[in-house]
Ligand binder design. Sequence first.
Ligand code: HEC
Ligand code: HEC
Length: 239
Amino acid sequence: MTCEQERAADGILRRSARRVSTIAVIAIAIGTSISLGSNTSRAEEVASTVTWDDQTLALVKSGDATRGSALATQCKACHGRVGLSDAGLMPTLAGMNPLTTYKQLQDFHGYRRPWKDMNQISRLLSPQDMADLAAYWASLPGLGKEPSGDPASPAGKLALEGNADKGIPPCTSCHTAKGNEMGAPPLAGQNAAYIEQQLVAFATGLRHNDLDGQMRDIAGNLTPEDRHAIAIYFSATKP
Ligand code: HEC
Ligand code: HEC
């Protein structure tokens, strides 16, 4: 991302963080138990035990795709034989940024991200298994193309430029074709229904494993119509 985009995204995130703490202060001051979903306890809650320190980055880099390929036989019934899922709510894993796969497996393992099947499957995986699986899925062709949708459409503009007035940074400042260093997954080529479902899950706080609540804030600022349109925008890709 450019410096300008970085500053814009940063400003928006700071503003939304301030908004959340103002609401929290007001709620405490009037002594009520206003329910803000899981966002209320964000200050105490640890979103994820994964931090992008040198040790974690080195572990993910050490992933062995050949070993991962053997472990991946247990994933294919759901995620597809070559990691391309055509079932709407099942994510495509082929071409996934390895940092994302690793972090999500750790988060499922530690119940930071709730999903029964994934919580059970990841319980049995060691950190090295997760790195190996991440290397394997990253080695297959899939995600990582360019969206084919019209960049001048409302969804295209939101994805590429954001909407500063509504507190929405450009999605592509973090979600590049290959994902980015913070574990932001590539979105282009992902199933539309899955993208939309995850945006709803972040907006409602059902999914709360994003560091600093950044996706919860952004998704919360999108309308249901925005979430639907943007999911369709990212799902269709150029060949
Ligand atoms: C019983 C079906 C099932 C099996 C088997 C399965 N998964 Fe999943 N997986 C899912 C579903 C469903 C989701 C989406 C969960 C959600 O909506 O939050 C998911 C999500 C994921 C995600 C998150 C992707 C993202 O974009 O955030 C990763 C990574 C993942 N699975 C990896 C694996 C790996 C690796 C294996 C094999 C070791 C595996 N899964 C086996 C059903 C399965
Ligand atoms: C400041 C960086 C940033 C921006 C801007 C951003 N995202 Fe994200 N997004 C992330 C990160 C990091 C994650 C992974 C969160 C985690 O660790 O689970 C994520 C996760 C997601 C996911 C879950 C994908 C999956 O495979 O499970 C979706 C969907 C998503 N973002 C959509 C969007 C959309 C749409 C926009 C623009 C309106 C956007 N994001 C803007 C950083 C960002």
